[in-house]
Structures are given as C-alpha cells and as structure tokens.
Design a protein around this ligand. Structure first.
Ligand code: FES
Ligand code: FES
Length: 148
C-alpha cells in the first residue's frame, strides 16, 4: 500500500509503485482535472504541485511522492496564490478548448509561489506547457496580472 496526501486528504492505495502519479490521480482517485497529453514529459497537461513545486505527473512514479503534499487543479483555489491565478485566468478569458489549461494554471501557480514577481524571462522560462490553441499571449498576461 502507498500513502498519499492529495489536496489535504490522506489516501491509501494499492498500485504498482512505479505507476505514474498522473494515472493514480485520474484512474484510482478519480481526480480527472489533471490531463493526459503526451505521456512523455513534453506537454505539461499533467502538471500538479508537489510540495508547492510544479511537476509533470506523468513522469513521477507514485512511490517517489512519499509524504510530500500533492495539490491538483481541483484544490488550487484553496491556495491564495492559486486563487489569484484562477481569477486572472477567468478575468482574461484565457482558455479556448481548455484541455491544456489545468496544467497551465498549475504551472503558473508553481511559478508565482516561488517567484512572486517574475520577470518576462522568468515567465517564459517557467511557462513551457504546450497549448495547441495558441493561448500563449493570454497566459503571459494572466500570469502578469496574478503577480500584480
Ligand atoms: S502528459 Fe505529462 S507532460 Fe504531457
Ligand atoms: S486552450 Fe486548447 S490546448 Fe490550450
């Protein structure tokens, strides 16, 4: 059995230890806000926070999470920084199809928790998640608004 702390709740799950955290979140626990995109660490659709840091959950074996708290899109508004990010996303109407956006919000939340006032270069370096709808300008504007 593997113990996980997800969105403030403890879970005890019986899965193969090298199962990616993404599959545990979606298929075992039923938190489907975190998306599967590429499965190879490239797109960022699967981004969650582990101990406040943005990581790509398709590349994280569940056994490596240990006691570190996991935050997913379902609980990001309980975090003051995450709540600001979501408010900016809504205010600027960033999403188009929306598929990539939970990962984008988590990446932005991770950035602003670590760097509250990022430079343009820091935003560009942190926001590497892909968006097939091309919402990159709106994403950058929302990150700037959330930082302000
Ligand atoms: S699904 Fe994890 S980076 Fe694409
Ligand atoms: S909003 Fe459609 S992929 Fe990003």
């Amino acid at each position: 059995m593997i113990s996980l702390s997800i969105n403030g709740h403890q879970h005890s799950i019986d899965v193969d230890p090298d199962t990616p955290l993404l599959f545990v979140l979606r298929d075992t626990i039923g938190l489907t806000g975190t998306k599967y995109g590429c499965g190879i660490g490239q797109c960022g659709a699967c981004t969650v926070l582990i101990d406040g840091q943005a990581i790509r959950s398709c590349q994280m074996p569940v056994e490596s999470v240990g006691a570190q708290p996991v935050t997913t899109i379902e609980a990001i508004e309980a975090d003051p920084v995450g709540a600001r990010v979501v408010a900016a996303w809504v205010g600027i109407e960033v999403p188009q199809c929306g598929y990539c956006q939970s990962g984008q919000v988590m990446a932005a939340s991770g950035l602003l928790k670590e760097t509250p006032n990022p430079t343009e270069d820091e935003i560009a370096a942190a926001m590497t998640n892909l968006c097939r709808c091309g919402t990159y300008n709106a994403i950058a504007a929302a990150v700037r608004q959330a930082a302000a």
